[in-house]
Design a protein around this ligand. Sequence first.
Ligand code: DAT
Ligand code: MG
Length: 151
Amino acid sequence: SSSEQTFIAIKPDGVQRGLIGPIISRFESRGFKLVAIKLTVPTKEHLEKHYEDLSSKPFFPGLIAYMGSGPVCAMVWEGRDAVKTGRVLLGATNPAASAPGTIRGDYAIDVGRNVCHGSDAVESAKKEIALWFKPEEVQSWKAAQFDWIYE
Ligand code: DAT
Ligand code: MG
């Protein structure tokens, strides 16, 4: 459906490097619709929940410290296959393996500073959206260009 939602977050390095505009532009120009956005410094507890599946990894403490080191631009983007296509726009987890033309392939070098997060499945997207946003912070609106993007 054209109403699938994914959670995308520009990480503190992406915010510091002035990449909010360029990253938003990629989702916008692809045809996705922005339905929620906020700039927030997430707490340690919040990040431990967000990344709970990775809690046993050796890089977990460093990941939590990095993600809480400054403002994060948290967003929800909507559109057909938003989760899967969002991951394509992001590129591989390790920027060294990300193709040019992807966000990580164009803007990052180190896996520990890979500038942007994107949900990896529809189920995790639902969980992440509920963790980062109250229901009333997620807008429902029809984009004027809708019929020019979907047949
Ligand atoms: P992704 O962000 O592509 O979904 P993930 O969920 O496996 O990747 O890991 C979350 C973040 O943790 C990732 O964006 C960067 C960091 N990370 C993953 N693997 C890492 C590693 N081997 N060393 C350092 N950081 C890592
Ligand atoms: Mg992940």
